[in-house]
Design a protein around this ligand. Sequence first.
Ligand SMILES: [Zn+2]
Length: 412
Amino acid sequence: MKRIIFLLFSLVFLTFVQAQDLQYVKAINHKLCSKSYHGRGYVKHGDALAAKLVAKEFKKAGLKGFTENYYQPYDFDINTFPGKIIVKADGVRLIAGKDFVVSLSSPGLSGEFPLIWVPDSIATPEQLVAFVETSGKKDGFLVLTQKFKKLYGTEIPWGRGAILLEDKQPWWHVSNGRHVGHSVWLKINKHKLPKTTQSIQIDFDNRFIEHYQTQNVAGYVEGMAVKDTFLVFTAHYDHLGMMGNKAFFPGSSDNASGTSMILDLARYFTSHPPKYSVAFILFSGEEVGLMGSSYLADHPLFPLNKIKLLINLDMIGTGSEGITVVNGKVFNNLFQKMVAINDEHHYLPEVKARGEACNSDHCPFYKKGVKAIFIYTRGKEYLEYHSVTDSHVPYTKYKNFFGLITDLTESL
Ligand SMILES: [Zn+2]
């Protein structure tokens, strides 16, 4: 009897393990978000370290490669702040990443600069120009409220730069880092910059790297019946990297969550050989501006017209409120199929459709006529985004989401 129970237990356990492996997914996420991966950006080659891990896991899973080592190399120009990054408000040091972020289009700068607090009465860019011209204060840092957020990162004709005040810990972006301008822009948490502050002390260097060498990582499982047609799973493995030599952005939600799920799917499909071939592609350069996916869409590893469906996963670690399917409104039949599967199995509270949005790596493929959707999970249980504290995504509905995705691929 004991033996039978043991056998039964093993069988259940085995089925469970083969279905998905949350423990594996969490371990991969944890690793990718550790300090030694430097936020998977372009300081200290964080991207290359993450690519190496992905390729190692592809190999372990038994994926075939389109290239010898799964890599598709390419390059782009990128600005970086690899050294110390010091910002002080009237002598009080602010913490990089927590209290402030620097626009990646900023040049290096060193010195002390008076602050020019723009009064609340100034509401339009025209009024701002008039204010600076008549005030005679042209040599400092403008301090602007959210009314002027559209100016962030742009070239301004006065002084050395500007500060945009945020209500909370600011979000960092690197999508404007492919060139260096003349103006230094900072976002500062307004609670860290009292209105009485008179001057700001700045000291940091930038390093602009031309033709930074990076890579996409791609592998596949051969289909049982239709080998030349592909289901494609994509995600970006890069994140924002480091801002200065201390602040690193772990990117647990964005997008170690999608990366780890792709690796889990790769393991699943090697042990559940599908009808069609399944490709798994992990891009770099997403945060810089969909660089990896654009490159691959322009230099495909197999004909794009052989893609039956492309599913892009970006920020999939929550789910208490369900998922959103970008392009769900475009590909309505597919979307209805997802809803039907979800209704039958009660996987997620809601499967919601959205129209087109060029907000992740599905976009360059969709633009070339590929049937491509982008799925992200929703839930207020974890709201970290582009922050130094995005380090611990909860994977609330991971098992159910995995079930929905694999059921969907089996139904095609
Ligand atoms: Zn992002």
